[in-house]
Ligand binder design. Structure first.
Ligand code: CTP
Length: 401
C-alpha cells in the first residue's frame, strides 16, 4: 500500500524548529512527507534539514523543476496538508487565496483535509484581521488549531505558542484517519471532563480513584481534530500532555469540577462527562495534618454526598438541543446496570465499560457499549481510546443534526 502523502508547510516563525520534530514523527509513523517551507521559514531552519529529514527535495518557489508542475501536483496528490507553524501572514494569504510561492499555490490546489497550527505573538493572534482570517478558513473546512498559552519568543508569555509537535501529530493522525474535508464538529463548542476528583481529608491526604484521564483527553483531542472548540475540565491529570487546540481548566475536587463544567456548559452544544467524580467527600476537612494518638483508635471518616453533576446538567439543560454524554464504569452486570444508570442520570448517551484492577484504568485501550436514550446500542470493539472517542463524537454529531 502507498504511504499516505503529507505536505508539511512551514512558514517563517521561530517555531519552525519544532516542525522538525513533527516531520520526524510523521515519517517514522509511515507517512511520505514533502516539506514546503516559505522563503522566510528558511531563515529559521535551512533547506538541508528539511530535505534530509523528509528524503525529498525542498523548494520554496514555483520556478524549480517547472516541467513537473510542482505548484499544482504537490497539492493535488496530498492526502493531508499541515501548516506548522502558520504565521499571521500565512493565515491571511490562505484566507484570501493568494498564491505567490509554492506553499500558497499548494494550499489552493489541495483538495484534501488541511490543518493549520498557528504560532505568533498574542497581539497578532488576537487582532481582528487574524481572527477573521481564521474564521474564514474554518468556515471553508480547514482545521485551525488554537495556539497554546505559554512562553513566546523572548520574555513574553501569552496565547500564541505552537502546541507541542507530538500533539499536532495526533491531530494530523486523527484528521488523516477520518479523511474528510468538512469537519463535522466545526462551529460547535464541546465540554469534556476528564480525570478523577480528589476529596481532601487534610492538607496531605485525600479520597481518590484510579482514573488516569486518558479517555477524556482522547475525547478532547479528537473533538478538536473534528473542528470543535473544546473546553477540557481536567481533574488531577498531571503528567498527561496538554492536547493541542484545547482550553484546559484544571480542578481538584468534585465541587470544583461541577463549577467549571456548569460554567462551560452554559455555552456548549455538547457535554461529555468522562471524569470519575467522587460520589462522596469527607464531611470535615482538617486544616492541620491528622495525627495518630498512641493507644487510641482512629476517628471514623464521615462522608457526605457530592452533587451528581451529570444528573444535574441533564435535568436542567443549559441550551435546547444540548447533547449530554455520561460514562459508567461497572464491575458486574455491566449492560443492565448501564441501562438503569442511563435512565437515572437522564443523559442522551451513556458509554458503559467494564473496569477492574487491570482493565481500562491507565491503559491505552478501551472497549465499551454506547447506550442511547432512544434505545440504540453501539458496541465499540477493544481498541485505542481515540477510536471510542470518535464513535462518541459520531453519535453526538448525529444528535446535533
Ligand atoms: N458523575 C457525576 N457526578 C457525580 C458522580 C458521577 O457527574 N457525583 C458522572 C460521571 O462523570 C459519569 C457518570 O456520572 O459520567 C457515572 O458515574 P458513576 O459513578 O459510575 O455512577 P453512579 O451514579 O455513581 O452509580 P454507582 O455509584 O451506583 O455506580
Amino acid at each position: 500500500m502507498d504511504k499516505p502523502k503529507v505536505v508539511l508547510g512551514v512558514s517563517g516563525g521561530i517555531a519552525a524548529y519544532k516542525a522538525c520534530e513533527l516531520l520526524r514523527r510523521l515519517t517514522e509513523s509511515g507517512h511520505d512527507v514533502r516539506v514546503v517551507p516559505t522563503a522566510s521559514a528558511l531563515h529559521f531552519v535551512g533547506a538541508a534539514t528539511w530535505s534530509a529529514l523528509s528524503g525529498h527535495p525542498v523548494s520554496t518557489e514555483v520556478w524549480d523543476d517547472v516541467h513537473e508542475v510542482p505548484h499544482v501536483r504537490i497539492g493535488q496528490q496530498a492526502d493531508l496538508v499541515v501548516v506548522a507553524p502558520a504565521t499571521a501572514d500565512m493565515l491571511a494569504k490562505a484566507a484570501h487565496g493568494l498564491a505567490d510561492d509554492l506553499l500558497t499555490n499548494t494550499l489552493l490546489t489541495a483538495r484534501c483535509p488541511v490543518v493549520f497550527a498557528p504560532a505568533m505573538h498574542t497581539e497578532m493572534w488576537e487582532h481582528p484581521a487574524t481572527q477573521e482570517n481564521v474564521a474564514t478558513l474554518r468556515r471553508r473546512g480547514a482545521v485551525v488549531i488554537e495556539p497554546a498559552v505559554g512562553r513566546l519568543t523572548g520574555v513574553d508569555t501569552g496565547k500564541g505558542r505552537l502546541p507541542e509537535p507530538a500533539e499536532i501529530f495526533e491531530v494530523c493522525r486523527s484528521v488523516l484517519a477520518r479523511g474528510v474535508t468538512e469537519p463535522d464538529l466545526k462551529g460547535r463548542h464541546v465540554v469534556v471532563s476528564a480525570g478523577g476528583t480528589r476529596e481532601p481529608l487534610d492538607p496531605v491526604r485525600f479520597l481518590g480513584n484510579r482514573s488516569s484521564g486518558k479517555q477524556g483527553y482522547a475525547l478532547a483531542r479528537t473533538a478538536a481534530a473534528r473542528g470543535a472548540r473544546v473546553t477540557l475540565v481536567a481533574a488531577n491529570t498531571t503528567g498527561l500532555p496538554e492536547p493541542a487546540g484545547v482550553d484546559l481548566v484544571q480542578v481538584g475536587t468534585a465541587v470544583q469540577l461541577r463549577e467549571a463544567v456548569l460554567k462551560a456548559a452554559a455555552e456548549a452544544d455538547a457535554v461529555v462527562m468522562a471524569a470519575a467524580v467522587a460520589d462522596f467527600r469527607p464531611a470535615t476537612y482538617a486544616a492541620g495534618k491528622i495525627k495518630k494518638q498512641d493507644g487510641q483508635e482512629p476517628e471514623p471518616v464521615v462522608l457526605v454526598r457530592n452533587p451528581d453533576i451529570l444528573a444535574e446538567i441533564s435535568a436542567d439543560r443549559a441550551r435546547p438541543g444540548q447533547v449530554i454524554v455520561g460514562f459508567a464504569a461497572e464491575t458486574d452486570d455491566v449492560l443492565a446496570n448501564g441501562r438503569r444508570k442511563l435512565q437515572r442520570k437522564g443523559c442522551d448517551l451513556l458509554v458503559v465499560n467494564e473496569v477492574g484492577e487491570r482493565k481500562t484504568f491507565g491503559s491505552e485501550q478501551n472497549e465499551a457499549v454506547v447506550l442511547g436514550a432512544d434505545g440504540t446500542e453501539t458496541p465499540v470493539p477493544y481498541g485505542p481510546k481515540e477510536a471510542l472517542a470518535d464513535t462518541v463524537w459520531d453519535l453526538v454529531a448525529e444528535r446535533l443534526g
